[in-house]
Ligand binder design. Structure first.
Ligand code: AMP
Ligand code: MG
Length: 406
């Protein structure tokens, strides 16, 4: 049986990003830039005032108080028309271009000025360049300011907007199909009858996909019956990634692996040495077998909600990140202080849902008090999972453990 690390390595090897596409800037949030972007402007594009005040010649402020003649008012968006000569000042607002002749700005708080008056008394001396930001300080026209591979944050999107990049070349946002399987499942808005439960995995997995920055396609519930499953798998294979939940263990009605193989999907692995989530299945629809010549990646997640959740975070998220060009793609554990003692047993590493908090002094993690992989209630406040290595061992409160944030 593969270890988690081997399974992740197999996923990284089998997933390759799609060719780049051009999208509107608004659609690019969270996507990875596919090309370097150079500035088409100097920023700022002109020497500009950083304060509301008076643009003056620094030499006129050597001896204060100094009364100067106000010759013009320059607001942001306007262009100064008058040259400031000795003994003069122009009223200037934040963001407005500096008038010729002036080399400093005295903030209005350091001046005596009556609104509408034609002179101002400057109360403090000002160095040349004070309260001015020079043209091109932040970037010069032609300079590369964002490189291919950058994942677009709010700030980098703001920068692209400053550069006038209304359309950008990015790696495309993947679509992920979510297909729950199981005769016992009913939709969320239906009261379960005898032997039935609600399809909680679809809602949860759709939310996980959205958090990972991809688009989802919920495909409903497949009955544990070959024809129905086959039809919904065919729909799901239109997506870049298809996640099924349930039907991958050794039960009589666990039809998912064989139906995926029948649909042309090549199994890469089945079963990983971990707790929860051992039955997880992963395969690839190779380009040659895919109707549009593009590969697809398929995950059979175990049906128990927490198993599905954990396997998504370890495996599907890694595939999504690789597909989206985000590096590193694989989960990055952080160290945290264990807040309550925990005992592990057995020969499989455990991925235990937990709550991770940063305090003034440390990252602290509290294991969920869960009863098993069906226990979503205990998992509801989890935002991370603790990785406990295989083996029988008592971990004391205060020990450092590896944690993978969700
Ligand atoms: P399976 O992997 O199909 O054997 O399912 C394992 C357990 O997970 C069973 O108790 C199922 O009833 C439960 N289960 C399967 N699919 C879902 C789902 N979509 N939502 C909630 N529980 C599920
Ligand atoms: Mg089932």
């Amino acid at each position: 049986m593969l270890s988690v690390d081997q399974a992740i390595a197999a996923i990284l090897q089998e997933v390759e990003p799609r060719p780049m596409v051009e999208v509107s800037l608004a659609e690019a949030r969270g996507l990875v830039l596919a090309v370097d972007v150079a500035s088409d402007v100097d920023s700022p594009p002109f020497d500009k005032s950083q304060m509301d005040g008076f643009a003056v010649r620094a030499e006129d402020t050597l001896h204060v108080p100094a009364t100067l003649q106000v010759i013009e008012e320059v607001t942001a968006g306007s262009v100064p028309e008058r040259v400031v000569v000795p003994g003069q000042a122009s009223r200037i607002m934040t963001g407005a271009p500096m008038p010729e002749g002036a080399d400093t700005v005295v903030p209005i708080e350091q001046c005596d000025f009556q609104e509408g008056a034609n002179c101002v008394t400057v109360q403090s001396s000002s160095e040349p360049g004070a309260c001015i930001v020079q043209q091109g300080t932040s970037m010069a026209k032609g300079e590369t300011v964002l490189v291919a591979g950058t994942q677009l944050s709010a700030a980098s999107m703001g920068l692209l907007a400053e550069l006038g990049q209304a359309r950008v070349s990015v790696l495309p946002r993947p679509t992920v199909g979510i297909l729950a399987t199981g005769d016992e499942l009913v939709p969320v808005d239906v009261s379960p009858g005898p032997g039935q439960i609600r399809n909680s995995n679809q809602t949860m997995l759709v939310a996980q996909v959205a958090q990972a920055g991809a688009d989802t396609r919920p495909l409903g519930i497949a009955r544990d019956e070959r024809e129905h499953l086959k039809a919904l798998i065919a729909q799901g294979l239109e997506c870049d990634i298809l996640c099924l939940s349930g039907g991958v263990s050794a039960g009589k009605l666990d039809l998912v692996p064989s139906e995926l193989v029948a649909a042309g999907v090549r199994q890469v692995f089945h079963k990983v040495n971990m707790k929860p989530g051992k039955p997880v299945w992963y395969g690839r629809l190779d380009a040659e077998r895919s109707p549009d010549g593009r590969p697809r990646w398929i995950f059979g997640l175990p049906g128990n909600p927490v198993s599905s959740m954990v396997c998504f975070e370890l495996f599907v998220r890694t595939a999504l990140r690789k597909l989206m060009g985000i590096t590193p793609a694989d989960p990055q554990p952080v160290k945290a202080r264990l807040e309550s003692a925990h005992t592990t047993r057995g020969d499989r590493p455990t991925y235990l849902p937990a709550n991770l908090q940063w305090t003034d002094t440390c990252a602290c993690v509290r294991p969920a008090n869960w009863q098993g992989s069906f226990d979503l209630r205990a998992t509801a406040n989890a935002n991370a999972m603790i990785l406990f290595p295989a083996g029988d061992r008592k971990f004391a409160a205060g020990e450092q453990v590896d944690v993978i944030p969700w």
